[in-house]
Design a protein around this ligand. Structure first.
Ligand code: TRP
Length: 458
């Protein structure tokens, strides 16, 4: 296909771009509230096991497939298994990108709105009053045009980064934003820990409470390990396809999972220490970020500054993830259809923005789209992708390597860039096998529940 395929400029640039994809709303918003509600350290231990057993092997798998074929998912599977149905696994990835980015872009818009509210001192009147903060949030997201306005800005920034290319767009911005995210989160965590009573937040997050850990928390941890590492839709295949043979893929994958996990924990520390120090409700769940924090920050000295820094870093995290989702779509049209980067990105960025607008409308701001299963269109897109599309994509990727492409071929590609082989063929086979089986089991649980109302686990 294209003979002047773009490449990452440096090893570090690639690692920061891939971890920029991984570190997103999932780390800063989802992980802290999930851990808070599902047993603290007990949840974290399960989550770490999932990351190490299932996550790591699939990150490596995606990098290897991408680098070997130098193509995004559809072309990659077509090259490794010509004239078979495996290319549909690539199409599943492109479809997942549409589904995920449509609602992710809406949440990106909410975050931008919160940066604006915070900068303009809008949190002040919410100090110590989560109920009012809740009203502000609900009124905003159920409005018709205001959320769309911010979503359009967020998507425009994404499109702009992607139009600038792999090195000049994705890599450049990841190299700026990832260090900033870490520094700002670090500052917030230190601020939180030094507040009187802040350390109680640490014990809430890190003390194991096994009584709160149910079987469904385990399922949650597994699903989240996919989402947080951006797995199952070929994001890492696409990023891997811009690599040369010298990159050590095992090493890179270890960096990505370490940074992703460390940043999730750091976010947990920053949030819970502050919430505890000011006596707010830690078990608020999903409302933690948009409802509890806006009522907590203004109670700190220089609260406007802290609030703004927090939402700004969240914006950067969301952006480096959203661009990786858009890149999967763009790369498909470049690789398979021969389009220019600009044409592919602008056209499909626009389509995704329009679908996203309907996600936003479905929350109450207009057309009341109650999709299948009695959910809003917004929730349905989230449900469809995180419960089915990503796990199925991840499971099939593991099966593809085990059954179709072959572990020997896989090891051959993995070797390139490694001085000595530090991971054995048997270990990879076992990890991929476990990954495929566990994920398959989880998908079955969900299907039994939805189709027959049978709960295989409680
Ligand atoms: N990993 C990101 C987060 O934690 C979200 C994300 C980016 C993603 N690209 C993805 C999720 C691809 C699934 C698939 O917020």
């Amino acid at each position: 296909m294209s003979n002047q395929r773009e490449q990452w400029g440096s090893k570090l640039g690639f690692i920061l771009a891939a971890s920029g994809s991984a570190v997103g709303i999932g780390n800063i918003w989802k992980y802290p509230h999930m851990a808070g509600q599902n047993g603290g350290a007990a949840f974290t231990v399960v989550y770490l096991v999932c990351i190490l057993v299932v996550g790591l092997s699939i990150v490596i798998a995606e990098f290897v497939i991408g680098r070997r074929t130098q193509l995004s998912p559809v072309g990659a599977f077509e090259t490794l298994a010509p004239k078979t149905n495996w290319k549909w696994l690539g199409f599943l990835g492109v479809a997942s990108a549409f589904v995920i980015l449509s609602f992710y872009g809406v949440v990106g818009g909410w975050i931008m709105k919160y940066v604006v509210i915070s900068v303009t001192g809008g949190f002040k009147e919410l100090a110590g009053d989560p109920d009012s903060a809740g009203n502000v949030f609900n009124n905003f997201i159920t409005g018709t045009w205001s959320p769309i306005f911010f979503q359009v800005i967020f998507m425009t920034v994404c499109i702009w980064v992607i139009v600038n290319g792999v090195k000049g767009g994705i890599e450049k911005w990841s190299k700026i934003m990832m260090p900033l995210i870490i520094i700002l989160l670090g500052m917030l965590a230190v601020r939180g820990m030094t507040l009187p009573g802040g350390m109680e937040g640490i014990s809430f997050l890190f003390k194991p409470r096994f009584e709160d850990l149910t079987a469904s928390s385990v399922v949650l941890a597994l699903g989240h390990s996919f989402f947080t590492l951006s797995l199952g839709m070929g994001t890492m295949i696409t990023y891997g396809s811009y690599l040369g043979r010298k990159q050590n893929l095992l090493n890179s994958a270890l960096w990505v999972i370490t940074l992703d996990t460390a940043i999730a924990m750091l976010a947990g520390v920053a949030i819970f220490t502050t919430v505890f120090a000011l006596g707010a409700n830690p078990a608020e769940g999903p409302g933690l970020i948009f409802v509890v924090l806006p009522s907590v920050f203004p109670q700190l000295d220089a609260g406007t500054l802290w609030g703004t820094l927090f939402f700004f870093l969240l914006f950067m995290a969301a952006l480096t993830s959203a661009i990786s989702i858009l890149e999967v779509v763009t790369a498909y049209f470049i690789d398979q259809k021969g389009w220019t980067r600009k044409k592919a990105t602008i056209r499909f960025g626009l389509v995704i923005t329009i679908v996203g607008a309907f996600c936003s409308f479905s929350l109450g701001g207009g057309i009341n789209i109650t999709a299948f299963l009695g959910m809003s269109f917004f929730d349905f897109m989230d449900y469809l992708s995180s419960k089915y599309m990503l796990p199925i994509g991840g499971m099939l990727t593991a099966i593809f390597i085990l059954k179709k492409w072959g572990v020997n071929q896989f090891m051959d590609e993995l070797k390139s860039g490694m001085n000595k082989m530090t991971i054995s063929k048997n270990l990879i086979t076992i990890l991929l096998g476990i990954a495929a089986s566990i994920v398959g089991f989880i998908i079955l649980i969900e299907i039994f529940d939805v189709l027959f109302g049978i709960k295989l686990i409680q």
